[in-house]
Design a protein around this ligand. Structure first.
Ligand SMILES: C[S@@+](CC[C@H](N)C(=O)[O-])C[C@H]1O[C@@H](n2cnc3c(N)ncnc32)[C@H](O)[C@@H]1O
Length: 473
């Protein structure tokens, strides 16, 4: 290991920066965050550094550097644009065994500044030992998205209980077990929701032994398939759950991202193949939560758009089960974007209707009159099997036979296919191209823009979400 990562407490410790320009200012800001006692030496200083001196935050010494300036400092940073001065600072610090950083000159650094993910008090520092700073930055960006914001407040809460937990559990192993239980409990989701008092009470109850493990259901929208379209919240809850209840619409790549040791329960759902009846799924969610489990009920697209999420949440509410609902990108939004089809467009469509081709009961018919109106886009879910009827009814109620249509199969996934034509050809296109589920039908003039705007193939295929970190640059 070229550099040992250590976290130092700089509170009021003397630090010297040699330099008075922008680079020195940047380093000064970082040092002030850590509350260092900061002195800067340079023949002249920028206005911002003068302002910091007026605020009493730094001491400025207007002078040319000489070796003796270093004495008594814990860290030294050379931030001038003069290589000779920087080398002199380095040599003087080395002779005195004082840690030194020469900006942009890694061989002359006995300490370096890492890239930081800051979730105070949790801090993650990343370094490539100066070899690949861009890679380190990209890694930091990844971690920024993966490390939830609530980790900071969670650590603060836990810190408040440390002494009490030490007093209650004398043995390290017991303490460790207790904390493991806390991090698997509702304390985490309460902090996540910003309910700090509830989190505090829950933790207090766990400590006094009065808390019963309480389950919760996360009703999560997984989007149409590309894992990069997951929300951060969806990803976090997927990785927190003890049990994941999913159906076929959730793509394999997304299922790869659920917590490794979670139990997986498939409840099916394909047209004509309901492996688990909806009522049983509802009951199962309630039962699992009542056993104290954290259950991720993950659904394709958005749970409240043709996803039966509403029914499931009603049943949870009836049974007093706690739940969170995480919206997802619905198929109409995801598929149309990846197919280069804007759902509305000033020249072509002023409104959009989401429609299902799969009605609950026979005779529960669609309002064809309204659906056939011009200047609007129809996004038809589950419409493939009903395409002959859809075509017939729309034309019968006045929509032009030459209205452009698009069929998007496996939208946003690597296997996405887009087939276009006109309304009169709709069922024929389904047949000729052997369209498979899931597929979305788009009816309206906007469908003709596909050929002009479709750049999706590159987009879908360069998705880097699941790439190993080594392949990121
Ligand atoms: C039961 S509905 C669920 C819709 C989902 N809740 C949503 O918001 O997208 C299933 C239908 O959504 C559409 N769909 C979902 N994902 C799709 C995808 N990746 N590509 C094309 N159509 C999709 C298809 O019409 C499919 O038959």
């Amino acid at each position: 290991m070229q550099y040992l990562p250590i976290f130092t407490k700089l509170d009021d410790k003397p630090v010297l920066i040699v330099g008075g320009g922008d680079v020195a200012l940047r380093k000064a800001s970082a040092m002030l965050k850590a509350r260092a006692k900061l002195t800067l030496i340079a023949p002249a200083f920028c206005d911002e550094l003068h302002a910091l001196q007026q605020q009493g935050k730094v001491t400025l010494v207007e002078d040319f550097f000489n070796d003796a300036h270093i004495d008594g400092h814990m860290l030294v940073i050379a931030a001038t644009d003069n290589d000779i001065v920087n080398a002199q600072v380095h040599d003087a610090a080395q002779q005195r065994n004082i840690f030194v950083n020469v900006v942009d000159d890694q061989p002359k650094c006995s300490f370096i500044f890492p890239s930081i993910v800051d979730r105070n008090p949790i801090t993650i520092a990343i370094s490539s030992a100066g070899t690949a700073p861009v890679l380190a930055r990209r890694l930091r960006e990844k971690l920024e998205t993966l490390v939830p914001q609530h980790i900071g407040p969670l650590a603060q809460l836990v810190g408040r209980f440390r002494n009490q937990v030490k007093a209650r559990f004398k043995h390290f192993a017991d303490r460790r077990q207790f904390w493991e239980r806390v991090f698997d409990s509702n304390v985490v989701s309460e902090v996540q929701k910003g309910n700090h008092d509830a989190a505090y009470n829950e933790l207090q109850n766990m400590l006094t032994g009065t808390a019963q493990p309480q389950g919760e259901v996360y009703v999560v929208g997984a989007g149409p398939g590309d894992p990069e379209l997951l929300t951060l919240k969806a990803l976090q809850l997927m990785q927190q759950a003890d049990v994941v209840v999913y159906d076929y619409l959730v793509s394999d790549e997304i299922m790869e991202l659920v917590r490794r040791d979670a139990d997986l329960i498939c409840v099916g759902k394909r047209a004509g193949d309901h492996s688990v009846p909806q009522e049983r799924t509802n009951e199962m969610l309630v039962e699992l939560a009542q056993q104290g489990k954290k259950v991720c009920r993950i659904k394709g697209g958005d749970p409240f758009i043709y996803g039966r999420g509403g029914e499931e949440v009603q049943v949870l509410a009836q049974h007093g089960v706690k739940y969170q609902i995480v919206p997802g990108i619905t198929a109409a939004a995801g598929c149309s974007a990846y197919a280069g089809i804007p759902l509305t467009h000033r020249n072509h469509a002023q409104s959009i209707q989401f429609v299902t081709g799969h009605c609950r009961k026979e005779g529960q018919d669609l309002d064809w009159q309204s659906l056939a109106k011009p200047q609007q886009t129809l996004a038809i879910y589950m419409g493939v099997m009903k395409s002959p009827e859809i075509k017939e009814q729309l034309i019968k109620h006045g929509r032009g036979a030459d209205t452009p249509v698009a069929i998007i199969e496996n939208g946003t996934r690597k296997s996405q296919r887009v087939v276009t034509g006109t309304l009169v050809e709709l069922d024929n296109l389904v047949q000729t191209h052997a369209i498979q589920s899931p597929a979305l039908l788009i009816v309206g003039e906007v469908a003709s823009l596909h050929h002009q705007l479709a750049w999706f193939s590159q987009q879908a295929q360069t998705s880097s979400f699941a790439q190993p970190l080594t392949e990121m640059v």
